[in-house]
Ligand binder design. Structure first.
Ligand code: FMN
Ligand code: EPS
Length: 374
């Protein structure tokens, strides 16, 4: 099983991570991990913080001579944007963890809550997810993402249909990760305008995993279902408020004949011509691309703050204003890729159980042979 833990505050010394369960002898490409960290930092609409941070991972354990040893892998990412002597926060921002966190953890200074609730922590998830991506790549599984909409402005290509994976692969070329140029330019204008008015924006994202074999996840128990595991991982990203697989919500408005993907067979094997199921049936991957869509709410910190209450005086007050992103949907799409990567890597280890990459390779090859006999 692949498990991970992170620690660290947004403005503390560093983020720390431990990931356990990555098989031995996986080649670790540091440049790849650092490039993934850079991808998460990009995106039009992010705060000045992203020009202060230059995220780079430090591998502390579990890798020797560029190869994993099977030991837990220890990681750190330094914070450049450390705060010293900052003032107490007592006016919770609606939509952030401030209010409920302060009450739950009995904190008078809300800073003790926001420091950990901050999406800064997702940098470490991306570092860990990058190791999982490298591992998945060994089995020809690749994960991509693109932004579908921001602030209600939709890309013309909103729902992945299997015909534009190549365009999705190039989403990095867009400052908002939108593959439709007209929508990109409208969105850039909208983010700029929203920033000037002191407001914030959300949006939606699509994440695609290509090359996933049939058989990850299981129908036999509620907690073995692949779609359920993916939903939890994606929903755990700060700000994400809905997760869909394949056609998702839209499927409830259609006839069964318009939703379910018919099954065909030719000399090369089984195939589908639609993928409304998003690559998962009965909680099990069916060999088609896994498609996950999710929505992110607008950023809670507004320059033009909402009404709140000073929790010290109980008097009406405007919410705390902190340095903040106006829109972080493009960054969230990168985090989504990595959360999906972590889930799929775990499923691969569960199915092809390997203490070493070589052992997994053998098991995987035997399974591919078995598939060709079905
Ligand atoms: C990459 C990324 C960057 C974010 N940046 C900010 C930010 O600058 N300011 C802010 O108030 N919220 C930001 N958020 C969202 C908050 O972290 C999130 O809304 C908060 O932790 C409450 O969690 P919830 O929205 O899941 O309920 C960001 C989220 C992500 C994924
Ligand atoms: C630091 C990151 O994102 C932060 C997430 C965040 C929040 O409230 O979630 C608030 C902001 O923090 P700050 O006030 O220090 O600018 C973002 O910059 C990051 O993504 O690395």
């Amino acid at each position: 099983m692949i498990r991970f833990l992170t620690s660290g505050e947004s403005h503390g010394v560093q983020l720390t991570g431990i990931v356990e369960g990555i098989p031995a002898n996986l080649e670790i490409d540091l440049d790849f991990i650092n490039n993934e960290l850079k991808r998460r930092q990009k995106g039009f609409g992010r705060s000045e913080r992203m020009s202060i941070e230059m995220d780079e991972v430090n591998i502390l354990s579990g890798v020797y001579n560029g190869l994993t040893t099977g030991n837990p892998i220890g990681l750190s990412i330094a914070n450049r944007g450390q705060l010293r002597g900052s003032t107490e926060i007592t006016r919770p921002r609606p939509g952030h963890a401030d209010f409920s966190g302060a009450i739950k953890y009995n904190q008078t200074n809300i800073r003790n809550i926001l420091e950990r609730a901050s999406a800064r922590e997702t940098a470490m998830r991306v570092a860990i997810g990058s190791i999982c991506k490298l591992f998945l790549r060994r089995f020809n599984i690749e994960i991509y993402s693109h932004v579908i909409e921001i602030g209600g402005i939709k890309s013309k290509k909103t729902l992945y249909s299997g015909t534009f994976l190549d365009e999705i692969k190039n989403a990095d070329a867009s400052p908002v990760r939108v593959i439709d140029k007209k929508a990109e330019s409208d969105i850039l204008g909208e983010i700029q305008k929203t920033s000037e008015t002191g407001d914030t924006l959300g949006g939606s994202i699509e994440i695609v995993a290509n090359g996933v074999p049939i058989g990850l996840g299981s129908h036999i128990s509620w907690n073995g279902k692949l779609d359920g595991k993916i939903a939890q991982a994606i929903m755990s990203i700060p700000g994400i408020k809905s997760v869909e697989i394949g056609l998702g919500y839209e499927s409830c408005e259609r006839y069964g004949s318009e939703v379910h993907d018919e099954i065909f067979y030719d000399g090369n094997g089984y195939y589908r011509i639609t993928n409304n199921a998003g690559g998962i049936e009965g909680g099990i991957s069916n060999g088609e691309d896994i498609i996950v869509r999710c929505a992110m709410k607008p950023i809670p910190t507004l320059k033009k703050p909402l009404n709140s209450v000073d929790m010290l005086t109980k008097k009406v007050a405007l919410a705390q204003v902190e340095r903040s992103d106006v829109c972080a949907v493009p960054s969230a799409s990168i985090v989504g890729e990595h959360m999906l990567g972590i889930v799929l890597a775990n499923e691969m280890v569960e199915k092809f159980g390997g203490d070493s990459i070589e052992e997994m390779d053998r098991n995987f090859k035997a399974y591919i042979n078995y598939l060709s006999s079905r």
